[in-house]
Design a protein around this ligand. Structure first.
Ligand code: 5GP
Ligand code: ZN
Length: 143
């Protein structure tokens, strides 16, 4: 897609530090890493949202992301890794070509997700929320 920096990276028009490539996905080092080695896995086909990525490609992204996570542990002595995907601006997506972050983690890396745990007002409120989600969920097998 014209004007997409990640499409330009795949096409070689913008340089990147490639970690892995196959027929469906491309992985490269993030230019502003949370920790050194932070890598991005992207579909070769342009998709703004993770929700439109065909199943085979989405599966490959997850598999490659997890394999890179293991490689980060081996290569950089990381203790663990996070897989993270921001879908939409409010979720923190800045580059509008879907991408999976693979972030190496260390026991003393001093990075904390700002995670909170709300409580549902009641079981009924939780049940109602679950029912809304189930009704809205239209899973389609795409390939
Ligand atoms: P988002 O916030 O959209 O989930 O993440 C976008 C990521 O892309 C950021 O972590 C940012 O550092 C990375 N990024 C943005 N532009 C470039 C670039 O030109 N090259 C590389 N390698 N990474 C980029
Ligand atoms: Zn793109």
């Amino acid at each position: 897609m014209k004007d997409c920096i990640f499409c330009k990276i795949i096409a070689g028009e913008i340089p990147s530090r490639k970690i892995y490539e196959d027929d469906l996905v491309y992985a490269f080092m993030d230019i502003g890493p949370i920790n050194y080695g932070h890598t991005l896995v992207i579909p070769k086909e342009h998709h703004t949202s993770s929700a439109t990525i065909p199943e085979a490609t989405a599966g490959r992204m997850f598999r490659v992301g997890a394999r890179i996570g293991v490689a980060l542990k081996r290569a950089l002595d990381a203790d663990a890794f996070n897989l993270h995907l921001a879908d939409g601006t409010c979720a923190g997506q800045v580059v509008m070509h879907a991408h999976l972050h693979v972030v190496p983690r260390g026991a003393d890396d001093n990075f904390h997700w700002n995670w909170r745990q709300l409580k549902y007002e009641s079981d009924a409120a939780a049940d109602e929320t679950a029912e809304k989600i189930r009704k809205a969920l239209k899973l389609e097998t795409q390939d």
